[in-house]
Design a protein around this ligand. Structure first.
Ligand SMILES: [Zn+2]
Length: 428
């Protein structure tokens, strides 16, 4: 993990410096404000007023026109610009910019070695820090406030410097995960995310989740793809099969298990309608306990739910199916394909014997995804769970930000944020 620390210091230290001898203090202030450069001379250090007057050492420069080396001074101009914050104070630098004049008549600015670009109102270090901040912070407005500038300036900087993320990868890796999320951008309500289950990072964001968009994208870049993890979306499955031939499709276990829990929920809602209003309300309240594994319940919780299970036979049956499903799920981790299939068929039979319509419907879905569900047990390390995490971070951006209606900016933001999230950045 790399650590990018930009100098931040408490006022106390500043007081100490003032009493130091002059040259040391100069060096220290230069370092403190992050302008470590042997050529910088501190002309005046009114750090309390947040201003710093600097100039560079006089030295020979090659004339840009005739290449003659000269240190003949023409004049000075003051270039004022804002620098990074130090001790929570914004530093304004008055840079006494020297101009040289060559015997050939050409006059030119001295080189300032990356302190500030011509005509810029902010230092180069400020631009770098603001850019990094804009990539990780939830909103551009937040970055603008932290760096003492306007939101539009931050957006322009972000747009100009994140162009590297605009080009999609030429080839996708061997294993990918696909999922959708509600981005609400100018290109549509839903966007598609393609992510890497190995690095757990997003690879790309597609502007919509239509079959056509997904197929075209995968045809162009998916020649190496061998495995795809996804939720139980028929559209994703056919898009993947049509464009990638026959990759191994792995259904995400959280998503297929949900069908069983939904069925239990539907049975509860159906039977509690017949309960006394008092019991109906209480039964609704204990729904969380119904989903919990029985062995994880406390004795008191067991008694509480048993009361409702006894009120309707279907609820008891539904609960038993859910427990049978969990037992099936737990015992199948790292089993052979043949065994998983056989025990899954046994589970179907158990459900059919109960004749509960909610569950018959649920196993219909499981049957349509049987191969992909079994794959989840064959490759237990691959799932879509991490994509959920990425999407949660995206939701934060969406909720707090101004400026992310624009799809390509939104996409760059998601990709950039994850690209640099391993860097521990503290800037101000
Ligand atoms: Zn010249």
């Amino acid at each position: 993990m790399k650590k990018i620390m930009l100098p931040v210091l408490i006022t106390l230290v500043l007081l100490v410096i003032v009493s130091c001898d002059n040259e040391k203090a100069t060096d220290f202030i230069i370092q403190l404000i992050g302008l470590e450069n042997k050529n910088i001379q501190l002309v005046d250090q009114s750090i309390e007023a947040n201003t710093c007057h600097i100039q560079l050492k006089r030295k020979k420069h090659a004339c840009p026109q005739c290449k003659t080396r000269t240190d003949r001074i023409k004049d000075y101009r003051i270039h004022m610009f804002q620098h990074l914050k130090t001790a929570e104070k914004r530093i304004i630098i008055h840079y006494r910019k020297r101009r040289y004049i060559c015997p050939c008549g050409k006059s030119f600015d001295e080189k300032n070695q990356g302190i500030v670009q011509p005509y810029q109102r902010f230092s180069v270090a400020w631009h770098q820090a603001a850019l990094l901040h804009s990539m990780t912070s939830p909103s551009f407005t937040y970055t603008a406030k932290a760096f003492g500038t306007s939101t539009s300036k931050v957006i322009r900087l972000f747009d100009a410097r994140t162009t590297a993320f605009i080009i999609p990868p030429s080839q996708l890796p061997k294993i990918i995960a696909i999922d959708e999320f509600k981005g609400d951008t100018d290109k549509g309500k839903f966007q598609l995310i393609i992510a890497d289950p190995i690095t757990r990072r997003p690879i790309d964001i597609l502007e919509n989740r239509s079959m056509k968009t997904i197929q075209q994208y995968l045809r162009e870049r998916g020649q190496q793809v061998e495995m795809v993890t996804m939720d139980l979306s028929q559209a994703f499955k056919s898009a993947v099969q049509k464009s990638l031939g026959k990759p191994v499709i792995i259904a995400d276990s959280f998503h297929f298990s949900r069908y069983i829990y939904w069925a239990l929920s539907k049975v509860r809602i159906r039977v509690q309608e017949q309960f006394h209003p008092y019991d109906r309300k209480r039964c609704k309240r204990i729904r969380g306990l119904l989903y919990k594994r029985k062995r994880a319940l406390t004795p008191a919780e067991k008694i509480r739910i048993q009361h409702y299970l006894d009120l309707h036979r279907d609820l008891q049956t539904a609960y038993d199916i859910k427990e049978a499903y969990q037992a099936w799920f737990d015992t199948n981790k790292r089993k052979e394909r043949r065994d998983v299939r056989q025990t899954l068929h046994d589970f179907y039979q158990l459900v059919r014997d109960t004749h509960l319509p909610e569950f018959i419907k649920a196993i219909g879905t499981l049957e349509r995804w049987e191969t992909e569900i079994i794959n989840a047990f064959i490759y237990p390390h691959l799932s879509n769970g991490f994509v959920e995490g990425i999407n949660n971070r995206t939701k934060v951006i969406k909720r707090t930000s101004y400026g992310f209606k624009n799809f390509s900016r939104f996409r760059a933001k998601i990709l950039a944020q994850h690209f640099i999230k391993d860097f521990d950045i503290s800037v101000g």
